[in-house]
Design a protein around this ligand. Sequence first.
Ligand code: 4NP
Length: 153
Amino acid sequence: MTPAVLFVCLGNICRSPMAEGAFRAEMARRGLALRVDSAGTGGWHSGDAPDPRAVAEAARHGVDISGLRARQVAPADFDRFTHIVAMDAANLATLRRMQPPGSRAELSLMRDHAGATGQPVADPYYGGPEGFAQVWTQVQSGAGGLLDHIEAR
Ligand code: 4NP
């Protein structure tokens, strides 16, 4: 199956849309075109655009994520995506509980792909803009490592 990547956080308005944007930008740099999406384990923000602070931080790096819309993770995602990448341990635990028997999707933590095994991309929602800057650094480095892993398959 062609690699396909889903990034997952809690609300799908901060971390995972930033991860999707960073990954798409890195993919474009490498001349790759894979299926990519993001989703939240929670559904409270379904249909919403990313948080304006996330949009602003991505824009600072030349990446436009303003057109993304939040959605909740669905059982079908476990068959449509080969790689499902959680931002923190709580997201990963939810995904492991949801994964249907027979799904071969590879679940991982974002920062595992950047040499920070087990470390979270911390939720920036209740903090200041520096939290969003830190998220960008972490998801960009995770995106690069994940693409190295996928390209090496
Ligand atoms: P995210 O951040 O999981 O990175 O999108 C959050 C956004 C909203 C909420 C929690 C986290 N919330 O509780 O509404």
